[in-house]
Design a protein around this ligand. Structure first.
Ligand SMILES: O=C(CO)[C@H](O)[C@H](O)COP(=O)(O)O
Length: 216
């Protein structure tokens, strides 16, 4: 089954609790939280305080995507705040395996992320250690960007790597996902779709989620 993970990056932050509940009621499977530090990516967004604030609002898993340098310093605070999944970028941590181990030791599901320009071979050595692989389908930093179609063969490559393990590991995509692009990424092998603007820019979030699901 394909899962939908609305990114709260495109939500109205003045009423974030309601915005989270709205997509939960609308059929979301995960809540995707985009953490940016202004160094690894050219934007600053959410800290662990926000994860702590939305934790009691929803029963859905909080899928925390760290787009930050030196992630090991901040992983414990996101785990304490109630993250269910924490994903780190291969490009942002010098000791990827150590970061993944740290996440697992804290009782959280570890994920690994690669940018559009990063080859799949960079995550081959940790594939058995993660619960989720996130492929960026835009260059990270902002919502509302156009989907990069050259990532499609990499999604298929990751799916085949995951299948070789025999384990249940999510293949998630993030960036420019909407009813026009969702079918392509699912056919390529993705099973978790992050969507920010396609869901939160719509007045009726249930309808927006149904439109993505209905396009598959
Ligand atoms: O990680 C992100 C940006 O770095 C966002 O999750 C992503 O861009 C989703 O937004 P949209 O669906 O509007 O493209």
């Amino acid at each position: 089954m394909v899962k939908i993970a609305p990114s709260i990056l495109s939500a109205d932050f003045s009423k974030l609790g309601e915005e989270v509940l709205d997509v939960e009621k609308g059929g979301a499977d995960y809540i995707h939280v985009d953490v940016m530090d202004g160094h690894f990516v050219p934007n600053i967004t959410i800290g662990s305080l926000v994860v702590d604030a939305i934790r009691p609002v929803t029963k859905l898993p909080l899928d925390v995507h760290l787009m930050i340098e030196n992630p090991d310093q901040y992983i414990p605070s996101f785990a304490k705040a109630g993250a269910d999944i924490i994903s780190v970028h291969v490009e942002a941590t010098p000791h990827l395996h150590r970061s993944i181990q740290l996440i697992r030791e804290l009782g959280v599901k570890p994920g690994v992320v690669i940018n559009p320009a990063t080859p799949v071979s960079t995550i081959q050595h940790v594939i058995e250690d993660v619960e989720l692989v996130l492929l960026m389908t835009v260059n990270p930093g902002f919502g509302g960007q156009a989907f990069i179609p050259s990532v499609l063969p990499k999604i298929t490559e990751v799916r085949s790597l995951v299948n070789q393990t025999g384990k249940t590991i999510d293949v998630e995509v993030d960036g420019g996902i909407n009813p026009d692009t969702a079918k392509q990424v699912v056919e390529a092998g993705a099973n978790v779709l992050v969507a920010g603007s396609a869901i939160y820019n719509s007045r009726n979030r249930q309808n927006a989620i149904d439109m993505i699901k209905g396009s598959l």
